[in-house]
Design a protein around this ligand. Structure first.
Ligand code: DOR
Length: 425
C-alpha cells in the first residue's frame, strides 16, 4: 500500500477540495481521509504543499507509431506523457500505415498493453484518411478503437461526414474532427491575416475552420451523434459551438495550450516551431478561446502533441515545413501559468478540462479520485517554477523552450504504480 499524506486533494468530478490523505491498495484508491503513517505502507509520499489530482487525460496525441518512430514511438511518447502528469492518452490515426485496418490497430494495441499508462487508440474515419470511403467502423471498434478521427485532415464531403456521424451514433462513441476546409487554405499552419501578409504569403483562413464547424454542428444536431471538435482556434468557431450546444447538439470541443497561449505573431518569433494546423490566430481569437474555456463551451484541454524532427521543421521555406508542436510535457504548467495564475480559470476548472471531461468523452473510468476507483493520480507543485529545456519526447519542436513556467509534476501514478517521479528518471 502507498500512503499519500497531507496533499490538497482536488477532484473535479465531485468538487472535493481538501487537505487530506489517500491510500492506494494495488491498482485502486482504497481510502480518502486522515491516516496515521505505519509499517503497513511500502511507501509514504509526503504531499504537503502539493496538489493531488486525478491522472491527466489527453484525448489528442500523435505517437507516430507505427511508421515514424524517429519522431516518436509509443515508448518515448509514454515517457513524455508521464512526465507531464498524464495517465491516459488517446493516439491519433495518421500513422504509417494509417490506422484504418485491423492489422495496424492490433499491432499498436498489443504494444499499448505493455505501457505503464493507458494508451488508447482511435481508428481513422476514412480509408487512408482520404475523406472518401468509411473504414469498417464496426470491426475496428470491436477490436478496441475507442473512437474515430481523421485528425490532420478534414472530411470535406458532407455525405461522408453524415454517414460517419450516423455510424458512431450506432456504435455509441465519439467522432473527433479536424475542421479546416482545404479549399480555403493557401498555406496551412499560418493564419491568413496580418502576419501572412507581412511574410508575403497566403495562409489558412479562420473561415476554413468556421464553415466546417458550422456544418458539423448542424449535422450532429440532426443525427444526435457525439461530435468532438478538435483544437478550436477561431473565435467564430467557438461562437458556433456555443450556439450548437444551446440548441441541444451533443457537441464537445477542445482547445490546445498553444491556442490559449500564443497568437499568429509567434510565427515571426519562432518560425516553423509556431507553425501548426489549425494555425495560431489573432489576439481576439485567443480571447474567445479563453472565454470558451471559462463558460464551458470548450470542455477539454488537449495537447495535439505532434512530434517533428529538425529536418521536417527546418526546411528552406516556412511553407515547406511540417505543422505541429509537442505538448505533453508543458501542458499542465502552461494551464497553471497562463490560465490559473493569470486569473482566467480556477485550478479546479483547469483540472476538470484535463481529467474528468476528457475521460467522459470516451466513457473511461479514470479522470476522478474515488474510493474503489483506479489509482491514476498526479501530484504536482502548483507554485514551483522551472524552465522548459529538455524533453522525454524524442522530438523537441516546441516554441516554449526557454520559457519560465509555474507548476511542476512531482509524481505520476498509474494503476497504483509510481510511473514517474520528478528528478528520478
Ligand atoms: O499541426 C498539426 N500537426 N495538426 C494536426 O492536426 C496534425 C499534426 C501532425 O500530425 O503533425
Amino acid at each position: 500500500m502507498i500512503l499519500i499524506k497531507g496533499g490538497r486533494v482536488l477532484d473535479p468530478a465531485t468538487g472535493r477540495d481538501e487537505i487530506t490523505d489517500l491510500i492506494i491498495d494495488g491498482e485502486h484508491i482504497a481510502r480518502i481521509g486522515f491516516f496515521m503513517p505505519g509499517p503497513e505502507y511500502e511507501k509514504i509520499i509526503h504531499a504537503e504543499g502539493k496538489i493531488v489530482a486525478p491522472g491527466l487525460v489527453d484525448v489528442h496525441v500523435h505517437f507516430r507509431d507505427p511508421g515514424l518512430s524517429d519522431l516518436e514511438d509509443i515508448q518515448s511518447g509514454t515517457a513524455a506523457a508521464v512526465a507531464g502528469g498524464f495517465t491516459t492518452v488517446v493516439c491519433m490515426a495518421n500513422t504509417k500505415p494509417e490506422m484504418d485496418n485491423p492489422a495496424t490497430l492490433e499491432y499498436i494495441l498489443e504494444k499499448a498493453a505493455k505501457m505503464p499508462i493507458h494508451v488508447l487508440q482511435v481508428a481513422s474515419v476514412t480509408e487512408g484518411l482520404q475523406g472518401r470511403e468509411l473504414v469498417d467502423m464496426d470491426e475496428l471498434k470491436e477490436l478496441g478503437a475507442v473512437g474515430f478521427s481523421d485528425d490532420g485532415h478534414a472530411i470535406a464531403d458532407t455525405s461522408v461526414m453524415l454517414k460517419a456521424l450516423q455510424k458512431v451514433k450506432e456504435l455509441d462513441c465519439p467522432i473527433s474532427v479536424h475542421e479546416e476546409d482545404e479549399v480555403l487554405i493557401e498555406n496551412n499552419g499560418i493564419n491568413e491575416g496580418q502576419v501572412s501578409q507581412q511574410l508575403g504569403m497566403g495562409g489558412a483562413s479562420h473561415t476554413a475552420e468556421d464553415v466546417l464547424v458550422a456544418r458539423d454542428c448542424m449535422l450532429a444536431l440532426q443525427t444526435g451523434s457525439k461530435l468532438h471538435i478538435q483544437h478550436l482556434s477561431s473565435g467564430n468557431a467557438v461562437e458556433m459551438v456555443r450556439f450548437a450546444k444551446k440548441m441541444g447538439a451533443q457537441v464537445t470541443a477542445e482547445a490546445t495550450p498553444h491556442h490559449f497561449t500564443l497568437t499568429e505573431s509567434a510565427v515571426l518569433t519562432y518560425g516553423s516551431y509556431a507553425k501548426v494546423n489549425p494555425p495560431l490566430r489573432t489576439f481576439e481569437d485567443k480571447k474567445k478561446i479563453i472565454e470558451g474555456l471559462q463558460d464551458g463551451t470548450i470542455d477539454i484541454i488537449a495537447t495535439d502533441h505532434a512530434p517533428h524532427s529538425d529536418a521536417r521543421k527546418k526546411k528552406k521555406t516556412l511553407q515547406q515545413a511540417s505543422s505541429g508542436m509537442i505538448g505533453l510535457e508543458t501542458s499542465l504548467a502552461l494551464g497553471i501559468t497562463k490560465l490559473v495564475h493569470e486569473g482566467y480559470l480556477p485550478m479546479m476548472k483547469l483540472l476538470e478540462k484535463m481529467t474528468v471531461n476528457p475521460a467522459n468523452l470516451y466513457q473511461l473510468p479514470g479522470g476522478r479520485l474515488a474510493e474503489g476507483g483506479p489509482a491514476d493520480i498526479v501530484i504536482f507543485d502548483p507554485e514551483e517554477k522551472w524552465t522548459v529545456k529538455e524533453f522525454y519526447s524524442r522530438s523537441h519542436n516546441s516554441p516554449f523552450v526557454g520559457e519560465r513556467l509555474t507548476g511542476r509534476v512531482k509524481y505520476t501514478i498509474c494503476n497504483g504504480n509510481i510511473v514517474y517521479q520528478d528528478g528520478m528518471q
